[in-house]
Each structure stands twice: as structure tokens, then as C-alpha cells.
Ligand binder design. Structure first.
Ligand code: APR
Ligand code: PHB
Length: 389
């Protein structure tokens, strides 16, 4: 088989890139390790920046998003001193869109099917070859046979645990990482959201977040020690702890119910440089991981896709090979901006096991400035609603 761009990974990054390239007349093949049902079963954050929404519309995937999403013009932050709101619209004239990533992925698969995309599921042992030459190729196994795809470019959209990043020689890549000493226990429930907008809570017992997917589907998180397991947390224990950490006015009136999904996720900040190795380009979680506090994971994947689509379109359709040299630097500039914001949100909202009394006072001062200073709220709102592409 031959194609112009071989895309490793059929998650949001791979599907969105394939959709944009195909609509520009560029051939793609997507290789996905899992089944489609498995990919669609993932529960992930659901806050989209305007840039990501516009890109999905440009990709022809925005109809359901436009009909079913919720616009949020601000969010709430809760501390022991009470709750305050950061008004995105008033501070930076922007809002965010609440729409589950599962729905984004579903819409992308539907759009790719409509274009007759070649998406190969259960493609195992993918390997990348001759990336530094002008004729890279990809091998994979399926149904007991080994297959080969010759291509012009390879997009590594295979997430943090994929093969693409590892295909850059270890002495040619630099990895930057911070692992946080806690995890997020998340629950999805068919209940009405606790509030109209998100509530991020800094509490002496730990962080909590009240979010949502739609008016009848809510998403909640509480900070837990890394040693905790899901089995240790009954639904009742989760609701009791969440209520302790949310403002009483919210906790006393919130609707609870059985969890339809419950899991614990670790938190890390991670970036690899460079994002290019010969004909290989890294995109999304293959290139970086952010703690979910700033809701940047999917949004960073979207801006990476935007930059790589522009790069490949120029190189393939306009014979502008110089564009290939710009992708990594352009993408990394925005990546580090979002990395900083996600680290900052995580630092001011969580209780760190080893934090000193001084650290706690600094955290309280950060939150007080965010509550009382317009400039602090403008900076937070600008980052939360999305840095420019
Ligand atoms: N071969 C083929 N496919 C692979 C391989 C491999 N070796 N390794 C991983 N994959 C697939 C995974 O099964 C997954 O479907 O690559 C896909 C990567 O998707 P994501 O991990 O979702 O990463 P990405 O598409 O960059 O999306 C980033 O979505 O998953 C969230 O937290 C993530 O919000 C972020 C955004
Ligand atoms: C979510 O709805 O899953 C969500 C929202 C905002 C975040 C993280 C997760 O910062």
C-alpha cells in the first residue's frame, strides 16, 4: 500500500489531522492499535477552546458540536474563604465550549467514514522505517500478516505510550517531565450538574472539580493519594468527600447518583523536543502531556494538528519543503505556554503532601490575587480560553 501521510493513532489528533488533509486532497492512512469501540469508550475532559472549535468546524465536524455543546463565559474557584468567579467574557471577550471528548472523537470518526477514509483498526506492532530518508515506510501486523505502507510523511499521533516518540533516537531527543504526587479520582454520573459553570476547589483536604458533559451528565474529580485504588472508593465515599471539598451552598443541593464510570488518573507534565525527526512529526499526547487542571490536553492536540496540517499542505501542495523545518518550533512555542498554565493551575489548586507552611501561604496569596486583581484574572482568562495559534 502507498499513501502520502501515514498517521499512527486513531484518537482525536490522528483523526482530525486525517480529516483536514483529506479535505485538502492529500491521501492518508490511519493505523490504530485498538478497536473503534475501545477508542470511543475513553472518557476524557470536555472543555474546548475557540481555536479547537473553529478547527473542528473547518474539518467539517462541527454540526453536532454546534447543536449540543454548552458555552461557558466563566468558571468558579472555591477556597476556604468562599467562592469567586473569573468572567472570561468580561476579562478577555472569550468563552469556552463544553462538549465531551468522546463526542469529538465520535464526530471525527463519522466524518472520516463519510470521506471514505482508510482507518485500519487492531493494527499491531507498528514500526517506523527510513524516517531520515526521502522514502519512509511503516510496517504493522494484522490478522496474522505483516503489512507495509510506503509514504512521504509519518504523523505520530499515537499518544504518550505510542511508538512514534520512541522512534526518535534517544540521543536526539530531550524529554522534560514533572510527575505530581497525587492523582485524580474521576466519576461520571447521570445527574444534573452541581452548578451552571465549572467549580475548581482548593480545600485543605485536597482539590476537587465539579464539571459536566450536558444538563443530565456530570463529571466530578477529587485529588487522591497515588497509592489509592478505585476499589477503595465506593460511590458514597466519593460523594461524601466531594461534598466536603465543595462550597456548602453547592454541596447541600447537589444531586448524586450511581457512577457510570470511575477511574483514577495520575498527573504529569511532559514535553519532548524536537517534534520532528526526518519525515516523522509528533502530534498531541505523543509529544506532550499536561495535568488536566487546565483542560489543555485536547486543545493542545488541536493546535499541533493545525500547525502540522499547514506544514504538510505547504510541503505537499506548494512544494514548500522549508515549511517542514518550522513545525516543531511553532508548535513548541504554544505547547510551553499551555504547559506553564497547566502547571500553574495545578500548583495553586492542589495540596502537595510535602508542601511547607510557606508554600501554603504562597498558594493562598496566589489565590487572593486571582480573586482581587483584574490583571491576574485577565492572564488566567487568556490562558484558560486559549492562547492564540
Ligand atoms: N500503534 C497504533 N496506534 C497506537 C499505538 C501504536 N503503537 N499506540 C497508541 N495508539 C493509539 C491509541 O490506541 C489511541 O487511540 O493512538 C491513539 C492516541 O490517542 P490519544 O492518546 O487520545 O492522544 P491524542 O489523539 O493525541 O489526543 C490527545 O485526547 O486522549 C486525550 O488526554 C488526551 O486530551 C488529550 C487528547
Ligand atoms: C472535565 O470535564 O472532564 C474537565 C473539565 C475541566 C478540567 C478537567 C476536566 O480542567
Amino acid at each position: 500500500m502507498r499513501t502520502q501521510v501515514a498517521i499512527i493513532g486513531g484518537g482525536p489528533s490522528g483523526l482530525l489531522l486525517s480529516q483536514l488533509l483529506m479535505r485538502a486532497g492529500i491521501e492518508t492512512v490511519v493505523l490504530e492499535r485498538q478497536t473503534r469501540d475501545y477508542v470511543l469508550g475513553r472518557i476524557r475532559a470536555g472543555v474546548l477552546e475557540r481555536g479547537a472549535v473553529e478547527l473542528l468546524h473547518r474539518a467539517g465536524c462541527g454540526d453536532r458540536l454546534g447543536d449540543e455543546s454548552i458555552a461557558h463565559e466563566g468558571c468558579n474557584l472555591s477556597t476556604v474563604n468562599g467562592m469567586f468567579r473569573v468572567d472570561f467574557q468580561a476579562r478577555v471577550g472569550e468563552s469556552v465550549t463544553v462538549y465531551g471528548q468522546t463526542e469529538v472523537t465520535h464526530d471525527l470518526y463519522a466524518a472520516q467514514d463519510a470521506l471514505g477514509a482508510t482507518i485500519i483498526h487492531e493494527a499491531h506492532n507498528v514500526a517506523l522505517h527510513d524516517l531520515e530518508g526521502g522514502a519512509p515506510w511503516v510496517s504493522y501486523e494484522k490478522d496474522g500478516q505483516t503489512h507495509r505502507i510506503d509514504c512521504d510523511f509519518v504523523a505520530g499521533c499515537d499518544g504518550f505510550h505510542g511508538i512514534s516518540r520512541q522512534s526518535i533516537p534517544g540521543d536526539k531527543r530531550t524529554e522534560y517531565e514533572r510527575v505530581y504526587p497525587f492523582g485524580w479520582l474521576g466519576v461520571l454520573s447521570r445527574t444534573a450538574p452541581a452548578a451552571d459553570e465549572l467549580i475548581y476547589a482548593n480545600h485543605p483536604r485536597g482539590f476537587a472539580l465539579a464539571s459536566m458533559r450536558n444538563p443530565t451528565l456530570s463529571r466530578y474529580y477529587i485529588q487522591v493519594p497515588l497509592s489509592d485504588t478505585v476499589e477503595q472508593w465506593s460511590d458514597q465515599a466519593f460523594w461524601d468527600e466531594l461534598r466536603r471539598r465543595l462550597p456548602a451552598s453547592v454541596a447541600d443541593s447537589m444531586q448524586t447518583g450511581p457512577s457510570i464510570e470511575k477511574s483514577i488518573a495520575p498527573l504529569r507534565s511532559f514535553v519532548v523536543e524536537p517534534l520532528r525527526w526526518g519525515r516523522l512529526f509528533l502530534v498531541g499526547d505523543a509529544a506532550h502531556i499536561v495535568p488536566p487542571t487546565g483542560a489543555k490536553g485536547l486543545n493542545l492536540a488541536a493546535s499541533d494538528v493545525h500547525y502540522l496540517f499547514e506544514t504538510l499542505r505547504a510541503a505537499i501542495l506548494d512544494a514548500d519543503a522549508a515549511a517542514l523545518d518550522q513545525y516543531s518550533t511553532r508548535a513548541l512555542t504554544r505547547i510551553w505556554g499551555a504547559m506553564r498554565f497547566s502547571w500553574w493551575m495545578t500548583s495553586i489548586l492542589h495540596r502537595f503532601p510535602d508542601q511547607s507552611d510557606f508554600d501554603q501561604k504562597i498558594q493562598e496569596a496566589e489565590l487572593r490575587q486571582l480573586e482581587t486583581m483584574e490583571s491576574a484574572q485577565v492572564t488566567m482568562a487568556r490562558n484558560y480560553t486559549g492562547l492564540p495559534y
